[in-house]
Design a protein around this ligand. Structure first.
Ligand code: ADP
Ligand code: UDP
Length: 237
């Protein structure tokens, strides 16, 4: 597999073409951003952790019936993935109130919901990734009703798998963000990443935050939290 030109540099990853038009290489950076890029920093070692964690989880999700873009881990920071047309939605699943949910509704943090919730944000940096409802997704043609039913079903399957996985590692899965894409044959698969950048993970015993909120909220111990969550993952794979 040959790595060709860089196609895109995002906030957390670079994307490269390969000599196979159906495959891309993603390279994970240590760069961290929050609040739609307004806060910028570096989390040493984050790229390695996010790459390895995302791949370990996606491998297991594929076995649990959720198709993913993962093909092969090429190095500490680089992974070969299936190229997809990203559905421009952030699919957010919540088990416990936190973050923008609390801010939007003036609702207490840390309340466990009777059922997980699934919501969507329109992936558009210029508009600040606004919350979007299903009728508007369909009206704009961002995805079909059939695709959205599948995306919601996959998102809840990912949640059920990750809740169990992290519970066994002494970690509570609060919420997370997924991205899905279309392969050339039109099937929907899980893409992007699953990492402490995209999940809220709280130590089940102490409530300590082991995710990007430490960076967002200037809580300190950011690198240590990423290393701790990686250690928990390695102990449970
Ligand atoms: P951002 O674009 O938000 O700054 P990243 O730095 O993570 O985010 O950049 C990675 C980009 O690659 C994202 O835009 C993501 O939607 C896209 N992407 C992730 N997986 C795939 C894939 N399998 N095929 C095509 N694009 C992908
Ligand atoms: N999230 C993400 N990327 C985003 C927005 C949210 O990965 O652009 C994740 C975030 O880490 C959290 C979940 O999605 O685990 C829910 O985030 P929320 O809507 O509460 O927004 P935030 O508080 O991060 O602004």
């Amino acid at each position: 597999m040959q790595k060709l030109e860089q196609l895109y540099e995002g906030k957390a990853k670079k994307v490269f073409a390969t000599d196979d038009p159906a495959l891309l290489i993603v390279q994970y950076k240590d760069d961290a951003t929050a609040f739609n890029g307004k806060k910028k920093g570096t989390i040493a070692g984050k790229g390695v952790i996010n790459n390895q964690m995302s791949n370990a989880l996606m491998r297991r999700l594929a076995a649990a019936g959720v198709p993913t873009h993962f093909v092969a881990e090429l190095s500490e920071r680089e992974t070969l993935v299936k190229k997809v047309g990203i559905v421009p939605l952030e699919v957010i699943v919540r088990n416990i109130s936190a973050g923008s949910f609390c801010k939007r509704y003036g609702f207490a943090e840390g309340v466990r919901f009777a059922q997980p919730t699934v919501e969507y944000s329109y992936k558009n940096d210029a508009l600040n990734d606004p919350l979007i409802c299903l009728p508007h997704i369909l009206a704009m043609g961002l995805a079909t009703a059939e695709e959205m039913a599948l995306i919601r079903d996959y998102a809840l399957k990912v949640n059920a798998f990750l809740c169990d996985f992290w519970r066994d590692a002494g970690v509570t899965l609060v919420d997370f963000k997924l991205e899905f894409g279309r392969t050339p044959d039109g099937s929907i698969i899980l893409a992007d990443e699953i990492s402490p950048d995209t999940c809220r993970l709280w130590d089940s015993a102490t409530g300590e935050r082991l995710d990007k909120d430490r960076f967002r909220l200037d809580l300190g111990g950011v690198e240590g939290a990423y290393a701790e969550i990686m250690r928990r993952l390695k102990d449970h794979v």
